[in-house]
Design a binder for this molecule. Structure first.
Ligand SMILES: Cc1cc2nc3c(=O)[nH]c(=O)nc-3n(C[C@H](O)[C@H](O)[C@H](O)COP(=O)(O)OP(=O)(O)OC[C@H]3O[C@@H](n4cnc5c(N)ncnc54)[C@H](O)[C@@H]3O)c2cc1C
Length: 346
């Protein structure tokens, strides 16, 4: 029988952030994960605390950013490898009106750290920029697959790659028992699959399907991320992540011709050099009706906790969300009301 402080279900960005938070605070844990089946493995990994549709900051974007970057840097130091690939985002302007909106936004507190006030009109090779572009600084991409694989390898016998069966969970006088594991508590980090969790599935996790393309494009610069109707982010070896679709009403993992055609059309709106589609992928983002994370303790089962609802910004959100959950459990620091699952009925 293995005794641990916490059993974590799911090793996407949320599960990893919580495991690492426990590790840094000398708490024992065990992870159960069905690998390569979550939103994290398909995500572009782009980190950017601004909203480039409206030229505003995302909710608590600055705070999430301040925690996330050092969190991943510390992992890079420990594993002696690179997970973060800083790259400016070049926002392709749609019209002249964007110029005024950009200049006004670049002056605002918070946004001024990220939006370079200059308007750029020098053509970019292979990119269609009839109205020029603006530059978002201090952004980039997290190589999530590399991070998750490296972390899972390091966990060694602290992870089991198997589906977690909620029916096999036993509540005992000394805590929880699942197979050969005895734990004081469970933290569920299941992403959209929380919909199959009988303890938490009444929460309004809506889910938004996203399809993406991996394209090969030898004539495009690989040192920047482009943002037009969607993102084009370089992965190395002339491969680019192109996405993503936003399909909140489709909960299937089916790859559709419509999405592929629409993604290809958007790519052609952004670039005028040839590309070849290498792969199409999809997953469902764990989005919530009020667009805030879902964190906290089950109202009737004291030993069950949730860390979910990372939405479409898991890279920046997960590390601070994990800190909040940890502080609420071990230091009795109340969770921010906006993220506490107590805001909903279960
Ligand atoms: C197309 C697309 C593009 C995106 N792009 C970005 C981006 O550029 N930047 C960004 O910040 N975010 C992006 N996101 C959002 C990001 O992917 C999510 O916010 C984040 O990955 C969610 O992490 P998570 O750990 O909560 O969930 P997940 O990544 O889904 O991880 C959940 C894990 O739990 C496991 N699991 C679930 N149930 C069980 C069970 N019963 N037993 C065992 N294991 C289980 C799953 O297999 C999975 O490994 C994107 C999402 C999509 C779909």
């Amino acid at each position: 029988m293995k005794k641990v402080d916490t059993l974590i279900v799911g090793l996407g960005l949320a599960g990893l952030a919580y495991a690492e938070t426990l590790y840094r605070n000398n708490r024992s844990f065990h992870v159960i994960d069905r690998p390569a089946s979550g939103s994290s493995v398909v995500a572009g990994g782009i980190y950017n605390p601004t909203l480039l549709k409206r030229f505003t900051m995302t909710w608590m974007g600055g705070e999430f950013y301040q925690t996330a970057l050092p969190f991943y840097r510390a992992l890079e130091n420990r594993f002696q490898t690179s997970f973060l690939f800083p790259a400016p985002i070049k926002k392709i302007f749609n019209s002249q009106r964007d110029h005024n909106d950009w200049s006004a936004a670049a002056d605002r507190v918070g946004l001024s750290d990220f939006l370079d006030p200059s308007l750029h009109f020098t053509p970019l090779d292979g990119v269609k920029t009839p109205f020029g572009h603006g530059v978002v600084r201090a952004c980039g991409r997290l190589d999530i697959p590399h991070l998750l694989t490296t972390y899972a390898e390091w966990l060694g016998d602290r992870i089991d790659f198997t589906p977690f069966d909620h029916d096999r969970l036993q509540f005992t006088s000394s805590g929880l028992r699942y197979g050969g594991i005895v734990a004081q508590r469970i933290v569920f980090c299941e992403g959209y699959k929380m919909k199959s969790n009988p303890y938490f599935n009444a929460l309004p996790l809506q889910g938004s399907k996203g399809q993406i393309l991996l394209i090969h494009c030898p004539d495009l610069a690989e040192d920047t991320i482009l943002k037009g109707p969607m993102f084009l982010a370089p992965l190395g070896d002339h491969l680019f992540w192109a996405g993503a679709s936003y399909e909140p009403h489709d909960k299937s993992l089916e790859l559709t011709q419509e999405a592929r055609a629409s993604l290809e059309k958007n790519i052609r709106k952004m670039i005028d050099v040839p590309f070849e589609v290498r792969q199409q992928l999809t997953q469902i983002r764990p989005t919530v009706s009020d667009r805030r994370p879902l964190i906290g303790q089950h109202p009737r089962h004291d030993s069950l906790f949730l860390l979910n609802g990372m939405g479409s910004r898991g890279v920046l959100t997960a590390p601070l969300a994990a800190e909040w959950l940890f502080a609420s459990i071990y230091d009795a620091v109340p969770l921010p009301k906006a993220v506490d699952i107590a805001r909903f009925e279960i």
